[in-house]
Every structure is written in structure tokens, then in C-alpha cells.
Ligand binder design. Structure first.
Ligand code: UDP
Length: 238
């Protein structure tokens, strides 16, 4: 597998073409950003940890029948994936109120929600990824109604699978963000699943083990990421 031209560089990842037209390589960087790029920094070994965790979780989801872009972990920071056309929506699932939901609706952080909440944001940095509903999504032409229903169903399935896996290692899955893509008339889960894109709280102590440590200057950012990865991989081959 030969790495070709860089197709895209984002805040935390670079995407490269390969000599196979249907595949690309994602490289995970140590760079971190928050608040739509206003806060920037680096987290030591984040790229390695996020690649390892995402690869592990995508493989687990594949085994459970959730179609996703992951093909193979090909290096410390690199993952080989199916090339998809990313749907310009962030699909957020929340089990417990936190972050922007707590701010927007005045629900105290930590309140367990009666049932999981699925939200959609329109992926547009210049607009600050605004929250949108199904009517907005249709007006924007971002996805069809059938696709939105599929995204919602897949997001809730992923929530069930991840919640159970993390709860088995004493971690509460508070909320997370997913991205999906289209390829061959199918929808694939894409992007990454890591402490950059999920809120993880230690179930016993409530300690935050995710990017909120970076966003809120809580310290011990690498240690939080390493703790989640270590618990997930303990007892399984890396
Ligand atoms: N999230 C993300 N990327 C974004 C926005 C949110 O990965 O651009 C994740 C975030 O890590 C959290 C969940 O989605 O796990 C919900 O985030 P929220 O809307 O509360 O936004 P935040 O408080 O991070 O601004």
C-alpha cells in the first residue's frame, strides 16, 4: 500500500490517497484544538492513542455489524480506510447532559437524560457547526430524509454497543460525536472514536478522562487518554 498525495488536512488528522482508488490513509496528529480552533495545543502521543482506540472500536463495531470505513491499522498513527464522501453533519448522541447542551438548555452537567438524545450539527467551521433539525438538513441538501433516519438509527446502535463496552471497564459514556460517509450507495460510519470526540467519566469517581481536560485546563490530559485506552485494551491484543 503506497501513500499518495495529501487530500485534506484537518485540526487533528491528515488524509492521504493511496494507489487503490477506493481507499485512503488517515494519519492522526498530536495537535489539539477546541472552541472552533480558538484554543490550540498538542497532547503528547495523542495521535498514537486515538489511532489505536479508533481502530479497536471500529473493529469491534464491524464485528457487531455496524458498517464503517475502517480496514486496517497500518502504523502507529495511520489507519487504512475505505474512501467515502463525508456527509456534512456531526451526529451527536448524549446519555448525560454536558457541554453545549447544558449551556443551551440549562440542564446541569451530570444529569442523566431520560433517554438518549440525538442531535445534528451542520459541519461548517465558518458558521461554528450550528445545530440543525431535519427540516434544515433537507433545506441545506446535506442529506435525504431516509439518510437522516439511517444516521439516527446507526448512532443509537453505536451508543448501545459503546456504552456497554465502556461500562464493562468502569467508564461512563456521557456523549460523543460521529461522522458518516457515503460509498457505493451505502452509508458507512467514518472519522474517529476517541477521547477527542467522546466524553468519558470514570464511573466510580466521576473524574473526566477526555478532551474536557484540555478544553477546561484541568491538567493530566495525556494521562486521561492513556487511562481510557489502557482499560479498553487490558486483556485484549493491541
Ligand atoms: N464533539 C466533537 N466535535 C465537535 C463538537 C463536539 O467531537 O466539533 C463531541 C464532544 O467531544 C462531546 C460531544 O461531541 O463528546 C458533545 O459536544 P458538545 O456539543 O457538548 O460541545 P462542546 O461542549 O464540546 O463544545
Amino acid at each position: 500500500m503506497r501513500r499518495g498525495a495529501m487530500l485534506y488536512e484537518g485540526k487533528a488528522k491528515r488524509v492521504y490517497s493511496t494507489d487503490e482508488s477506493g481507499q485512503c490513509i488517515i494519519e492522526f496528529k498530536d495537535d489539539a484544538s477546541a472552541f472552533n480552533g480558538i484554543k490550540k495545543g498538542t497532547i503528547a502521543d495523542k495521535g498514537i492513542m486515538n489511532n489505536t482506540m479508533s481502530s479497536y472500536l471500529f473493529a469491534m463495531l464491524s464485528a457487531a455489524g455496524v458498517a464503517n470505513h475502517f480496514l486496517e491499522r497500518i502504523g502507529e498513527r495511520e489507519m487504512l480506510v475505505r474512501r467515502v464522501q463525508i456527509i456534512p453533519l456531526e451526529v451527536i448522541v448524549r446519555n448525560i447532559a454536558a457541554g453545549s447542551m447544558s449551556k443551551r438548555l440549562g440542564i446541569p452537567e451530570g444529569k442523566v437524560l431520560a433517554s438518549p438524545v440525538v442531535e445534528f450539527s451542520y459541519k461548517d467551521d465558518a458558521l461554528g457547526d450550528p445545530l440543525v433539525n431535519e427540516d434544515h438538513i433537507r433545506a441545506l441538501g446535506a442529506a435525504t430524509d431516509v439518510e437522516v433516519a439511517t444516521l439516527r438509527r446507526l448512532a443509537l446502535t453505536v451508543n448501545d454497543l459503546l456504552r456497554e463496552r465502556f461500562s464493562s471497564v468502569g467508564i461512563t459514556l456521557v456523549d460523543f460525536k460521529l461522522e458518516f460517509g457515503r460509498a457505493n450507495s451505502m452509508i458507512f460510519l467514518a472519522d474517529e472514536i476517541s477521547p477527542d470526540t467522546c466524553r468519558f467519566w470514570d464511573t466510580a469517581t466521576g473524574e473526566k478522562l477526555d478532551k474536557d481536560r484540555f478544553r477546561r485546563d484541568l491538567g493530566g490530559v495525556e494521562e486521561g487518554y492513556r487511562e481510557v485506552l489502557g482499560r479498553l485494551l487490558s486483556g485484549s491484543a493491541q
